[in-house]
Design a binder for this molecule. Sequence first.
Ligand code: PLP
Length: 421
Amino acid sequence: MPVFSKLLSLTGCSGRQPMRQYSAAAQSQLRELLGKQLREIREAGTFKAERIITSSQSTQITVQGSDQKILNFCANNYLGLANNPEIVQHSQQLLGKYGAGLSSVRFICGTQDIHKQLEQKISQFHGREDAILYASCFDANAGIFEAILTPEDAVFSDELNHASIIDGIRLCRAKKQRYKHRDLADLEQQLRSSDARLKLIATDGVFSMDGNIAPLARIVELAKKYNALVFVDECHATGFFGATGRGTEEYDNVMGEVDIINSTLGKALGGASGGYTTGPAELISFLRQKSRPYLFSNTLPPAVVAVGLKVMDMLLSSSELSQRVQSNTQRFRQAMTKAGFTIAGENHPICPVMLGDARLASSFADAMLTRGIYVIGFSYPVVPQGKARIRVQISAAHTEQEIDRAVEAFIEVGRSLKVIK
Ligand code: PLP
């Protein structure tokens, strides 16, 4: 009997058919389990359907099933660079010169001169010693805590930090402490009673559901008092927040005082993909040795690196775009507040229009779409029960007329749904 058939008979399988039946049973069990949960998600009204865009990412987009242009107010395209012709052209050039990809992780044969150039420009932009690229900021967050913290250390994390920070912290062996959202008294009490070797405070710079800001200056003060390090995730700040777009530390007047910054190339900085950590040289060198998403995942492709390089050149030479997104934000927030809406958050282009009821948020967003404005309603479990909202995101690329059109549509729908008078 051939060896393979012998093995199959020993395991109770006598050919392809029984094996398929065995796997079909397991697969139908999986389908049943997941199908039930999917039905529950749909019944709860929290199923996330994906709208299919048929144009490039922009303030005006087309979606499948319609030729009509709609005004987009829900991308993280804060600087409006996602389809910038100069950036696209640079990306095409480097695609031609450096090829589609590296087929390698960085330390084997995946580091090109352009990767080093981008890391240098990112460090220069943030005024830091060095930077390390990842495939995403999710990876940067997944890779940092486990690499640098041991069971002798402790990490203090804001309870509303982004999922990737929460997951990154889960992977590490340090003592995990959560403090109440932006609650400095709670943070101080926990720092005071800790005898950990390294203490690391971890916070989002800007919290993306509320558009509110970490009290960074006071966090830095506490860090000094209790000899702790500060880690900030700047995904919703880098490139556009603060006077010259340097982020939350610039906004809160503590430039250079944060120890570790993680951020993304997938939002304001061209919107392609990629993430990074920037900070002290020893930290970055150490991450290159130890950080698992860096060591065991493919290098960023040249066309994506090119986007980052061009964006960094633009931001290092001018802060005009960040000023434009700030003035657009002010225009929207002021007009909406005047019309009687409650806008959460502080001076940030994430403008949550608070509605409370989940079904109201969803029907409000649908009514906005019939008026050519694309916005999304967020409800539980993404935000707390009873705090449903429409999250509007403003871009430097929106014209004043586009902002005004959105406000007019909000007023019309708001009146018809009796949200405002
Ligand atoms: N951190 C925050 C605060 C985010 O909002 C996001 C993206 O949603 C990430 C990290 C992950 O970034 P990336 O898309 O580069 O993985």
